[in-house]
Design a protein around this ligand. Structure first.
Ligand code: HEM
Length: 186
């Protein structure tokens, strides 16, 4: 009876541990392959503006989070809300992977039925970290809006993170869609 109780209690605490976030109590050391991307780690918040030839311009607040668990990739989560009425806008989640010297890959899933597989260059010059990522593949669910290419830039200058996104979609060539400026919050 006593051992059953112990087993149940162990199962409960295992369940708690398995589903808790972060997965481990102690943050493991950063994987050496992440040295170039490491400055992105943490939480970021700020505002952005968006436009596209087919939609009315809009403003948004953005939260980004880059994490790691000791393996050679960063976890990536983004949430945005409308500056007009605080309704949720775009969100996405994925992984940023170092891919050899000066290269990185991004896989990202979006609730709009879009998945992107991007790759590109990572450069550090004059203390500014710059990523330029271009889609190799844009996967669309049956009901998703047509997007054929995406280009993203991420520029980290001190504690300010600048992002831009251009896309080819709904019959338009590669055209600016988003720009944001975020500051570190954690
Ligand atoms: C900060 C992130 C983003 C925000 C705040 C945002 C916001 C918006 C808004 C407000 C619209 C117009 C209204 C609507 O159709 O919902 C829109 C349209 C659109 N967005 Fe974004 N978006 C974001 C990221 C993205 C990304 C990552 C993609 C694709 C890779 C994307 C693709 C599109 C497309 C295809 C349209 C529709 C254009 C049309 O139907 O004419 N957006 N976005």
């Amino acid at each position: 009876m006593r051992s059953e109780t112990r087993a149940v209690s162990r199962a409960r605490s295992t369940r708690r541990r398995r589903y808790a976030f972060p997965v481990t109590d102690a943050t493991p050391p950063l994987h050496p392959d992440l040295v170039a991307l490491g400055p992105l780690l943490g939480a970021w918040r700020g505002n952005g503006s968006g436009s596209y030839p087919t939609v009315a311009p809009f403003g948004y607040t953005e939260h980004l989070y880059f994490g790691h668990d000791g393996r050679p990739f960063l976890t990536y989560d983004q949430r945005t809300r409308s500056l007009d009425d605080d309704r949720p806008l775009h969100a996405e989640t994925g992984y940023l992977r170092p891919a050899g010297p000066g290269r990185a890959e991004l896989v990202v899933a979006q609730p709009t039925g879009v998945v992107e597989v991007d790759d590109g260059d990572v450069q550090m010059s004059d203390g500014v970290l710059r990523l330029v990522l271009r889609s190799r593949v844009v996967g669309l669910t049956t009901s998703a809006t047509e997007i054929t290419a995406v280009e993203r830039t991420v520029l980290l200058d001190g504690d300010v993170l600048h992002t831009t996104l251009a896309m080819a979609a709904v019959g338009q060539p590669l055209t600016h869609h988003l720009a944001s400026e975020l500051r570190r919050t954690g």
